[in-house]
Write a new protein. Structure first.
Lengths: 114, 115
């Protein structure tokens, strides 16, 4: 069975600092991978997704993620964070065999200090 | 443009009472539809998905049921609520191609408190 692990429940950084949110997955083949963001009392919004090709994926608001098959990872990065980036970030996986089943990680709560 | 509307925004219900949550998608025909449950501060657990009217697949058993009476409507319900049903319920839709990494588009959710 597939699974997603986000080892950091909370991350705190200062505004303007760089950011990396970690995501490790478990799946027998290369899955579809996603990063979603959830702002308070709202649904989730897609930041970016990976399904093949270039392992570095660009997303909205200058976020990017790098897929690593050897490390089974899909870490999210941003060069310079803004206070408005404070939110909960979810990594998710969808198997090629059934794209209707999307498994989410436990989420990482990001706090950006002004 | 597509819109997704969930109702109600919030509910406070007693243990053992019935529940019905709804979701409507406008501007997209034959979408795939999903129900997710999120415990307070927790991850999202997929509950159901539907790829066509009248057909619903259950992903986990939580004493809940779902139905898709119309192409643009998805209903989550139970006859008897449990304390463990408390949480945030999210409806989502995606394109129905099913052959690629389809984005999930989420509603704003329903906050359910069971007392």
């Amino acid at each position: 069975a597939q699974s997603v692990t986000q080892p950091d429940a909370r991350v705190t950084v200062s505004e303007g600092a760089s950011l990396q949110l970690r995501c490790k997955y478990s799946y027998s083949a290369t899955p579809y991978l996603f990063w979603y963001v959830q702002y308070p009392r709202q649904g989730l919004q897609l930041l970016l997704k990976y399904y093949s090709g270039d392992p570095v994926v660009q997303g909205v608001n200058s976020f990017e993620a790098e897929f690593s098959k050897s490390n089974s990872s899909f870490h999210l990065q941003k060069a310079s964070v803004h206070w408005s980036d404070s939110a909960v970030y979810f990594c998710a996986l969808s198997p090629h065999s059934n794209t209707n089943k999307v498994v989410f990680g436990t989420g990482t709560r990001l706090q950006v200090l002004p | 443009a597509q819109t997704i509307h969930q109702w109600p925004v919030a509910e406070i219900k007693a243990v053992g009472s019935p529940l019905s949550l709804g979701c409507t998608i406008k501007g997209k025909s034959s979408p795939n539809l999903y129900w997710y449950w999120q415990a307070t501060g927790g991850t999202l657990q997929q509950l159901f998905y539907s790829i066509t009217v009248g057909q619903v697949e259950s992903v986990v058993q939580l004493n809940l049921s779902a139905s898709r009476p119309k192409d643009d409507q998805f209903i989550l319900s139970t006859e008897k609520l449990l304390l463990s049903h408390s949480g945030f319920y999210l409806c989502a839709w995606s394109l129905s191609r099913g052959t690629s990494a389809e984005t999930l588009y989420f509603g704003s959710g329903t906050r359910l408190t069971v007392l």
